[in-house]
Design a protein around this ligand. Structure first.
Ligand SMILES: Cc1ncc(COP(=O)(O)O)c(C=O)c1O
Length: 528
């Protein structure tokens, strides 16, 4: 631990404790203690140098390899013996005992930050706890080992799961029908806008090319509109954090395809004049696409179909557990009004003569987007919904909203709160004042949180908030965890005033220190 951390008394988790001076993108911390492996036969064997636990880097398996080390006995070869291969083509396989292999991978796993290991308030990503029963279900052989092209009669259970999950999602959101085919939120958006395009085309209304997107939207929204061949017009956010209705109305004409709207929006606010917004778009002949990534906040309380949306995508992987922030598998089903149902991706699971079957006869369909979606994630989401039931889902949304408002109240006298009104499941704070007073930016605060063993919130999103942090505690966190996060955030604000350099240099206790962010993004070094 550095003297500075000792002064602040920061709790430093073991997995973050390695200290080094590496500052180059992707560079591994410290050199391996010493090569002892069979892969470096040409080099003289060196003894590992003693190192304190806080300084230890994790060597590669090839660096741990030692020629002749007792390893597993493999069964007799039924392919050519590598020793008989021409020289130079022998595979370079590390020679390591089982214990060292287990330790190597355990060390690496401990460097992974996860919800199971700590608080993860990554706004907009809904990094909620993933109950272990989800994993039990997803691993059932009848779910994990089936093939997407298996004959219908051999996979009745799986087709039944698709059929019933579609109906559950439609019922939760108030829509007529659903498709589970989109494999992520972004693909759900794409599906939604293709459905709206198909709707206009089927009516011969082909002059509509303009998609309206609020300036607070997730970047995938305008990208989706562009992929569908439309151009976008950004609608500003008003002073209260809502869509600027006057500016929206000024853009409405007979070239409007529709509006892509997130509600609750990406500022964590429920659009106050939502019904006026959706009615205005409908009056102009456009449709309203709902980005339902924030459905987590309103389950069992209000249905998006009642708000005037025509199609909504659902991030199953956030709303119904299986968080996937910063990558990972997802599922982005769409739910639609009766007017859009004929265009849903085909095939559709139907019930015929008491059995489930795939119906391919959908002449107006936008086509196939995947086989049956990301089935493992869908099975987890289905389990989550059935385990909670209607009352449980409502309770989780209410708790998510309560937790976010509680945290907001604990932080609002220390950080700027640009839209200071009751929030939904997440809220935005800003470090604008800390930047003006002490030259401490949101990025510095995020890096310092790592020293306290906490995953930073989403930063600099939505783009419209200067020095913004989007904080989403989720419903699963205890009051104790929320209180300790608030205490850390308040401590960091004090550090900003007393010792800004401490924050400029943070993190001090992670396997790699402050990276050159631009080089890390543009020239990532991810192998060596
Ligand atoms: C508001 C919003 N829209 C769309 C998406 C895209 O979802 P995905 O990452 O599954 O593609 C996200 C992702 O978190 C989101 O927060």
């Amino acid at each position: 631990m550095t003297p500075r951390a000792a002064e602040t008394g920061a709790p430093v988790p073991a997995e973050m404790a390695a200290d080094s001076a590496v500052a180059v993108a992707g560079e591994r911390q410290g050199a391996a203690p010493g090569r002892v492996g069979g892969l470096s036969n040409a080099e003289p064997e060196r003894s590992p140098q003693p190192q304190l636990a806080t300084e230890q880097a994790e060597p590669l398996l090839s660096e741990l390899s030692s020629p002749g080390a007792p390893t597993h006995e493999l069964p007799a070869l039924d392919v050519p013996d590598p020793d008989d291969l021409p020289q130079g083509t022998t595979p370079r396989i590390p020679e390591i005992g089982e214990l060292d292999v287990v330790r190597h991978f355990t060390h690496l796993s401990q460097r992974n930050y996860s919800i199971d290991s700590g608080f993860y308030p990554l706004g907009s990503c809904t990094m909620k706890y993933n109950p272990k029963i989800n994993e039990d279900v997803a691993r059932l052989p009848g779910i994990a080992h089936i093939h997407p092209l298996a004959p219908d009669e051999t996979v009745q259970g799986a087709l039944g799961l698709i059929y019933h999950l579609e109906r559950l999602l439609a019922s939760i959101t108030g829509f007529a029908a659903a498709s589970l085919q989109p494999m992520a939120g972004a693909q759900g958006e794409f599906a939604g806008m293709l459905l709206i395009r198909a709707y206009h085309q089927a009516r011969g209304d082909t002059k509509r090319r303009k998609v309206l997107v609020p300036d607070s939207a997730h970047g995938t929204n305008p990208a989706t509109a562009a992929m569908c061949g439309f151009h976008t017009v950004a609608i500003p956010t008003d002073r209260d954090g809502d869509v600027d209705l006057d500016k929206l109305e000024a853009e409405l004409d007979d070239t409007v395809v529709g509006l892509m709207l997130t509600n609750p929006n990406t500022l964590g606010l429920f659009e106050k004049r939502l019904l006026e917004v959706t009615s205005a778009v409908h009056r102009a002949g456009g449709l309203v696409y709902g980005d339902g990534a924030n459905l987590n906040a309103i389950l069992g309380v209000v249905k998006p179909a009642d708000m005037g949306f025509d199609v909504l995508h659902i991030n199953v992987h956030k709303t119904f557990s299986t968080p996937h922030g910063t990558g990972g598998p997802g599922a982005g089903p769409v739910v639609v009004t009766p007017a859009l149902e004929p265009f849903l991706p085909a095939p559709v699971v139907v019930q015929r003569d008491g059995a489930y079957a795939l119906d391919h006869a959908r002449p107006q369909s936008i086509g196939r987007l995947s086989y049956h979606g990301h089935f493992g994630i869908l099975a987890r989401g289905y389990t989550y919904i059935r385990m909670h039931g209607p009352d449980g889902l409502r309770q989780l949304s209410e708790t998510a909203v309560l937790n976010a408002n509680y945290l907001r109240a604990l932080l609002r006298d220390v950080y700027d709160v640009p839209f200071d009104r009751g929030c939904m499941h997440e809220f935005v704070v800003s470090a604008k004042s800390l930047k003006a007073a002490h030259d401490v930016r949101t990025l510095d605060i995020a890096k310092r949180l790592i020293d306290y063993g906490i995953h930073p919130p989403t930063i600099y999103f939505p783009l419209i908030v200067d020095e913004g942090m989007l904080i989403e505690p989720t419903e699963g966190e205890s009051k104790r965890t929320l209180d300790s996060f608030a205490a850390v955030m308040r401590q960091i604000a004090r550090e900003a005033a007393e010792d800004p350099e401490l924050l400029h240099q943070a993190p001090h206790h992670s396997p790699v220190r402050r990276l050159d962010e631009v080089t890390a993004a543009r020239k990532p070094v991810i192998r060596w």
